[in-house]
Design a protein. Structure first.
Length: 134
């Protein structure tokens, strides 16, 4: 179309939550309405890397306290993946982190949410990052 940018929006947005607490994931699902947003959970970094090929997420949330891999190592692997290299990655970290730890997370990740997660705020951030309007 002449004069208009052809922005392609997916039929459904897929969000991958890695190591996030299930209560927050459930609340995000409720807020999303599950119409155009699919939220999948991976309980480990290894499981998440396997799931990438199956779901092709549009956004990834990563708990920084993963039990099987350092979150920064996982981020590096995501950035090296053809599927996830351009996907926004949000860190979910606890409120007990020092200011310097939060600042370094902000430099590495696309956004940082503090846990326990304010799910309404998290959903607003997700919508903005996906350019999604329900």
């Amino acid at each position: 179309r002449k004069g208009k940018s052809a922005e392609i929006t997916p039929e459904k947005y897929h969000i991958l939550c890695i190591g996030c607490d299930q209560e927050s994931v459930w609340r995000l699902e409720r807020l999303s309405g599950q119409n155009q947003v699919i939220i999948s959970s991976a309980f480990s970094a290894e499981n998440a890397l396997t799931m990438l090929n199956q779901i092709h997420p549009h956004l990834i949330l990563v708990d920084t306290h993963l039990h099987d891999m350092d979150a920064y190592v996982l981020l590096q692997q995501l950035r090296q993946s053809e599927i996830a290299k351009c996907v926004p990655v949000i860190a979910v970290t606890d409120a007990m982190m020092s200011v310097s730890q939060v600042e370094s997370s902000e430099l590495a990740f696309d956004y940082v949410l503090i846990s326990p997660m304010d799910v309404s705020h998290a959903w607003a951030v997700i919508q903005k990052m996906l350019n999604y309007t329900p």
